[in-house]
Design a binder for this molecule. Sequence first.
Ligand code: GRF
Length: 287
Amino acid sequence: MFEKLKQRWKVNGLNLVLIITTFALGGSLCGYAGRKILMLTGLDKGALWIILYVLLITLLWPICVLLISIPLGQFNFFSKYIAKIWGKMSGKTSKTGPKLTQIAIFASGTGSNAQQIINHFKAAENIKITLVVCNKTGAGVLSIAEKAGIPSLLIEKERFDIGDAYLPELLQYKIDFIVLAGFLWKMPVSLIQAYPKKIINIHPALLPKYGGKGMYGSKVHEAVIAAKETQSGITIHYVDEIYDHGEIIFQATCQVEEEETAASLAQKIHVLEHANYPRVIAEVLQK
Ligand code: GRF
């Protein structure tokens, strides 16, 4: 139950404890204040007092909860929570527009795809690139994130593979969707389970061929050329527990010429990636 709440509210364990405490203290304060007001006004008698009491605590509850949330550092959460309830009650939720989707880009290379994705969603109302996750100090993508004013998170292998997979940080940043763009580590099962059908990857070849562990960068293009393929391309797919294996969302192709080199093929593939990845991400999020 607590895990479900953490995911639903996109908070970490500590924040969940503070939120539950706020609910409990806010509720008690509201009950106490309601009784006191009825007693002081002499309205705590007669048949109607229960109705008055219920009306009063309905009015007092948001105020009490917001008051308690301030010292517990949960004002942000509760102001949004109460606005949401109010929106639903008054039938105005639709006017607040669709929910904001927050994306984390996982990348550890030069970050040219990350750059395109950041550019594409810069002005978007409901989609935000909130975080860049990287496993390589000095990777180009880190300076791209910095220039764009996007926080980055440098991760280390042990905690990612056999620890908590940085899920607390992802929850803290309220990440809804993960985009891999040149990230070579395998996604741990815990992350795949926490983000079902919400992690996608781009591979620089036409899967299911030329994928799997060790198939990245120029190795993919060298293998394509060595096999004398006349076509290569890109594959955008959901991520599952197996490298380059999840359900395919989109593919685009390019010609492999006779005199093609890994470097020239890489260039063609990058053009295809830049033209399609941001657009496909937007389409997946609209589903
Ligand atoms: C891309 O070719 C992508 O297909 C692969 O990693 C590469 C990342 O390139 N997964 P860049 O760092 O975005 O330029």
